[in-house]
Design a protein around this ligand. Structure first.
Ligand code: SAM
Ligand code: SF4
Length: 323
């Protein structure tokens, strides 16, 4: 049997990424809003609890809350509190705008890890790309540092934009004890932004860093396996590269996504999701469905591995998928 035709069985729902809302207070040019029904009507707190309770019987180790902007959910603190009853490793990805208000309550509610998206340290460039206010994000980060260690900064790499940001981002993260991760731009959602040549392979950023700052020492892959991490001794900094396009990490994937409209997506690269809402009537019904999900995930992994990695969903946007 060739290596490529062996697909490891999927026995666990090890990692679950939940998009808590498709609403956002930013409008990043590479992401986009959709008009689902309000998420609060779909993924209500009791439904989220049911999902986490049942999925925790399937080996759930990590849940990541994302969006849209997850801090726009008014019940974000109770959501984290409830999640911490069932899952040890609870993390959240945010644009940081509301972090100043929420950092402490999130920590008290049981949040373990925090990722903050930051594409530029130049206020005008930041505004252009995200529509947001950099000052607020930096104030949020400052507050978050009091309560969280190992905060990760997510920077989407964009050709003609990010090259000039790298030095400042490295310096900023080194000075603030942050872990910097670059993410390859994924053409999800068929946005006009992707029509132009915006793709910047992360290998180029890596080469640039090594030329200027010295060798990056490999640290391996972090929890979900998506990021290949390195240590940069000259700055005493951890730098990661998420090469979702040029080097996707799909082997043995045990990552599941629930979208803001209540669909389970088995992979970022597939266009459709399985509607979860009809299976939320009881623990028994959901448990039976979770067994099916493991089988579907294995099939999805097989399909992606055998058919190559070259396409992305044009129907779903990142704001609904949750990154
Ligand atoms: N609003 C939050 C934020 O921006 O951090 C959470 C949701 S956002 C969809 C999650 C992550 O996906 C962010 O780090 C964002 O930069 C990333 N992202 C969004 N669109 C992307 C794209 N087209 N390609 C690669 N990453 C993307
Ligand atoms: Fe909003 Fe995050 Fe998408 Fe930017 S990347 S529009 S902050 S959901």
């Amino acid at each position: 049997m060739s290596k490529k035709s062996y697909i490891p069985p999927v026995r666990r729902i090890r990692y679950l990424r939940i998009s808590l809302t498709d609403s956002c207070n930013f409008r990043c040019l590479y992401c986009k809003g959709e008009n689902f029904r309000p998420t609060e009507e779909l993924l209500t707190l009791p439904r989220l609890e049911l999902i986490l309770k049942v999925f925790s019987r399937f080996g759930l180790e990590t849940v990541r809350f994302t969006g849209g902007e997850p801090l726009l959910r008014r019940d974000i603190i109770p959501i984290v509190e409830v999640a911490s009853r069932y899952v040890k490793d609870i993390s959240l990805t945010t644009n940081g705008f509301l972090l100043k208000r929420y950092a402490r309550p999130l920590k008290e509610a049981g949040l373990k890890r925090l990722n903050v998206s930051l594409d530029s340290l130049n206020p005008e460039k930041f505004k252009f790309l995200t529509g947001g206010d950099l000052k607020k994000v930096l104030a949020g980060l400052e507050e978050a540092k009091k309560y969280f260690t190992g905060i990760k900064i997510n920077t989407v790499a964009i050709k003609g934009f990010t090259e000039e940001e790298v030095d400042q981002l490295l310096k900023f993260c080194a000075e603030n004890g942050l872990h910097l991760r670059f993410i390859e731009l994924m053409p999800v959602g068929g946005l006009p932004f992707f029509k132009e040549d915006r793709f910047l392979p992360l290998e180029r950023i890596k080469e640039y860093i090594e030329e200027r700052y010295g060798k990056l020492e490999p640290l391996g892959r972090e929890g979900s396996g998506a990021s290949k991490d390195f240590y940069l001794p000259s700055l005493n900094l951890k730098v990661g590269f998420i090469k979702s396009v040029t080097e996707p990490f799909c082997e043995g994937c045990e990552k599941f996504r629930i979208t803001a409209d209540g669909k389970v997506h088995l992979c970022l690269r597939t266009t459709s999701g399985v509607d979860l809402l009809p299976y939320l009537s009881s623990e028994e019904v959901l448990e039976e469905f979770a067994h099916k999900l493991l089988k579907l995930k294995e099939e999805s992994n097989r399909f992606i591995t055998l058919n190559g990695f070259a396409w992305f969903s044009n129907e779903k946007s990142m704001i609904g998928l949750g990154g």
